[in-house]
Design a protein around this ligand. Structure first.
Ligand code: SAM
Ligand code: DTB
Ligand code: SF4
Length: 325
């Protein structure tokens, strides 16, 4: 009896755990040209390789967060010079969304520096989601950890995507964040999935993690069942005043490898070239698009740090013959 149960568990695990860390680490070990060529082939099987989706970000509530995420300028425990700001008014948010649409974004992502929203915090956010959706934009919010019932309220307001990153490999997570666990992040992702909202989840590269940890992060994302529809891969923006403020930049080819590994292991997901694009430059970004990145954050600002300006991105798209979708 015990044996049969164990056998069943093994079978169901095998059916869902498609990528071991070793499998993904083997991708990272490929010669660079072989890796990005393979990723480009997978990309072309599932997507138009010249089409890139564009999301605009807006920080609707900035700073003063209780959590201690080592990369983040918005923790109240860090001195990154970010002014705490109260929640923006709904009309102000809608005006920003309108501008984003006019600039050519297809999705509008609203972020709040919370461990998670209280129920009374959620009410104005629901209104923002309804109004942004009414402009004809896809909607996304990133509000931290959700309590019972909150995902359903967001779904009913018309939310398309919820962003909640697992950030780094389980084995490295404790070195970056102490105030909550990665398991709690997975719990929120489960609530989002159960409510029928598309999942946006990815991580950060360049926090001093090993290559094996990067492979483990990608395997964890790919083994979610199903994998996230949207996978943001952030290049750490090392912000002075945060614990990771002095972290040296990662070899940009290693960043491209991470994009390629995400593309190969999550062939039908949108892989977003996210924070830290300014630091990568045009050439590396072009390699990322070749290796399967097919989404970006578009707009002059991320949450508290800069992003390539819209005009610069439009020029880059024109030079590469990329179209936005
Ligand atoms: N408080 C919410 C949360 O933690 O989920 C939402 C906002 S939080 C700023 C969203 C994500 O932005 C983080 O999970 C992290 O992946 C990314 N991020 C934050 N600061 C970053 C930085 N300096 N460089 C790269 N990515 C960063
Ligand atoms: C994601 O993966 N990256 C975005 C978004 N999801 C919310 C945030 C990037 C933040 C970069 C640092 C800053 O601007 O504070
Ligand atoms: Fe707070 Fe999110 Fe920043 Fe962590 S990443 S400190 S939860 S705003």
């Amino acid at each position: 009896m015990t044996l049969a149960v164990n056998a069943e568990k093994t079978v169901s695990r095998a059916a869902t755990a498609r990528w071991s860390t070793n499998d993904v680490a083997a991708l990272f070990e490929l010669p660079f040209m072989d890796l990005i060529y393979r990723a480009a082939q997978v990309h072309r099987e599932h997507f138009d390789p010249n089409a890139v989706q564009r999301s605009t970000l807006l920080s609707i509530k900035t700073g003063g967060c209780s959590e201690d995420c080592g990369y983040c300028s918005q923790s109240k425990r860090h001195q990154a010079g970010v002014e705490n700001e109260a929640m923006m008014a709904v009309e102000e948010v809608v005006a920003k969304a309108r501008t984003a649409k006019e600039s050519g974004a297809s999705r509008f992502c609203m972020g709040a520096a919370w461990r998670g929203p209280k129920d009374r915090d959620l009410e104005p956010v629901l209104e923002m989601v309804r109004e942004v959706k009414a402009l004809g934009l896809e909607t996304c919010v990133t509000l931290g950890m959700l309590r019972e019932g909150q995902a359903e309220k967001l779904k009913n307001a018309g939310l398309d995507y919820y962003n909640h990153n697992i950030d780094t490999a389980a084995e490295f997570y404790g070195q970056v964040v102490g105030t909550h666990s990665q398991a709690e992040r997975f719990d929120t992702l489960g609530k989002v999935r159960d409510a029928g909202i598309n999942v946006c989840s990815g991580g950060i590269v360049g926090m001093g993690e090993s290559r094996r940890a990067r492979a483990a992060l990608i395997a964890q994302l790919a083994n979610m069942n199903p994998p996230p529809e949207s996978v943001p891969i952030n290049n750490l923006v090392a912000i002075p005043g945060t614990p990771l403020g002095d972290t040296p930049g990662i070899d940009p080819f290693e960043f491209v490898r991470t994009i390629a590994a995400a593309r190969i292991t999550m062939p039908t997901s949108h892989v977003r070239l996210s924070a830290g694009r300014r630091e990568l430059g045009d050439g590396i970004q072009a390699l990322c698009f070749f290796a399967g990145a097919n989404s970006i954050f578009y707009g002059d600002k991320l949450l508290t740090t800069g992003n390539p300006d819209v005009d610069g991105d439009d020029v880059l798209f024109a030079r590469l013959g990329l179209k936005s979708v």
